[in-house]
Design a protein around this ligand. Structure first.
Ligand SMILES: [Zn+2]
Length: 470
């Protein structure tokens, strides 16, 4: 078996064959750090996290780069509106972004380069493009990429080049361009930029957004690398422009495989502030949902299909995880019943479901089927436990399969909130009260624990503390 992915460039499923065997170098368009990221953004980041984890599950070493766009119109406007430095303004949202990644159990990339730390590399790239005749200077000191100089332009987005003639797209500052479709590599400073400016051979200004990704991917991954991902809305013009700049400068293929994640909609509609259906991750956490529950929902749909976010679906994610937790606890109890001597062979149902999981993720990350395989293990495992057909040693073997699966999903570990010393002490007082039949005292302590957010479950193995949901 081999990992198959849908390459947006060829529009086909292809077996992933990295340039250097055994190692995948991949680049992910990261956030523009001017606000808190919303769940549509995180849908793409979860897809990329699943991809990263599937690559590792398939035995590849991964070098992943995710950029941070910390200079553009939006970050500059935000900083000016708050009356703070651009750096101070974006730092707040960089910190928030990394905290959010943690909440969603997204594994860190190897590199998170920030655009403002790579201005010299960007200037060098513009100089190369100018020298090779793929770029030109406008009167105001801006530099544009000349699309007419790059015959492959539009290949990724499958554009009709005629559609790119002047007049096709009009923006404010296009008077300076030779062709309306040409895009800025370097934007000359103007008063709206405040004190945000860098010196360059063409005068003060700042890099264009597309240029950032070309310069930084090249720096960390080389002129040609394996895989580039992003949301579908990045495909054009952003990724098309990245290809044009990089291939025009280096004279070689930029990226072998492109993967794009479809949109997220809320209640079947485009998410927007004006419709009142706009949610950041933080909004959902404030409503009492855990990162794990949100991760489950965002991971559950296949990445090339649009995902409909609803609160019903989030509740369903919560119940699915509760079912999974109940099973992993049952399994742990059985696994710990007697220390297993000899490792036991896996029951047939677990072998089959484990193989089904692998086949699903290797088939272009088919998460719907991957989750179905997980729930088959839970279903068959519960039945085997009900019928006392699972030995402790077999339970340990099933735990091994679940651990492998969870290397991809990162959903099965419960949220680690451990009771603190005070809660532990209350718990022991309650045990004493129960032993001496002081029921009123025992109930009082139970209420006290509930107030602190803990629920006691009395199990055959003794009482267990659980975090109260919500
Ligand atoms: Zn990008």
């Amino acid at each position: 078996m081999a990992l198959q992915i849908f390459n947006s460039l060829s529009q086909r499923l292809e077996v992933l064959e990295p340039i250097e065997p055994g190692q995948v170098r991949f680049y992910t368009c990261g956030p523009t750090v001017y606000n808190f990221a919303h769940i549509g953004n995180f849908r793409a980041y979860i897809f990329e996290d699943l991809l990263r984890r599937v690559l590792k599950y398939c035995g590849f070493k991964v070098i992943q780069v995710m950029n941070l766009t910390d200079v553009d119109d939006k970050t500059i406007r935000g900083a000016i509106a708050q009356g703070v430095d651009l750096t101070a303004f974006t730092q707040t949202f960089k910190n928030a972004f990394f905290a959010d990644l943690k909440t969603l159990r997204i594994e860190p990339a190897e590199f998170y380069p920030a655009a403002t730390d790579h201005i010299p590399e960007m200037i060098t790239l513009v100089e190369t493009l100018l020298a090779k005749g793929h770029a030109y200077r406008a009167d105001d000191g801006s530099v544009y990429f000349r699309i007419a100089s790059f015959p492959n332009y539009g290949r990724l987005a499958r554009l009709d080049r005629e559609g790119l003639r002047p007049g096709a797209r009009v923006a404010q500052d296009e008077y300076a361009k030779d062709d309306a479709a040409d895009f800025a590599l370097w934007k000359a400073w103007d008063a709206a930029d405040g004190n945000v400016r860098w010196e360059s051979p063409w005068g003060p200004g700042r890099p264009g957004w597309h240029l950032e990704c070309s310069a930084m991917s090249m720096k960390y991954l080389g002129p040609t690398f394996d895989l580039h991902t992003g949301g579908i809305d990045n495909l054009f013009p952003h990724h098309e422009d990245e290809i044009a700049q990089s291939e025009a400068a280096n004279g070689q293929q930029f990226v072998k495989y492109w993967m794009h994640c479809a949109h997220l909609v809320v209640d079947g509609r485009k998410m927007s502030k004006s419709l009142g259906n706009f949610y950041t991750l933080r909004d959902l956490v404030e409503k009492g949902y855990t990162g794990r529950e949100i991760r489950y929902l965002l991971a559950s749909a296949n990445y090339r299909q649009s995902l409909n976010f609803t609160f019903d679906a989030l509740q369903a994610a919560r119940s699915s995880l509760a079912r999974a937790d109940e099973f992993t606890e049952r399994l742990a109890t059985q696994a710990g019943a007697i220390p297993p001597g000899q490792p036991a062979p896996l029951p047939g149902w677990a072998t089959e479901a484990g193989a089904a999981f692998r086949a699903a993720v290797e088939n272009d990350l088919n998460m719907a089927e991957a989750l179905a395989a997980l729930f088959r293990i839970i279903h068959d495992g519960n039945r085997a436990l009900d019928h006392k057909e699972l030995s402790p040693a077999q339970a340990v073997a099933v735990q091994g399969v679940l651990a492998d699966i969870d290397g991809v999903l990162a959903l099965l570990q419960t949220d680690e909130v451990r009771p603190d010393a005070a809660v532990q002490a209350l718990m022991e007082q309650r045990q004493t009260a129960r032993k001496t039949k002081q029921w009123a005292e025992s109930d009082r302590i139970r209420d006290e624990l509930d107030r602190l957010g803990w629920v006691i479950q009395d199990t055959p193995a003794g009482p267990k503390l659980k975090r109260r949901p919500g």
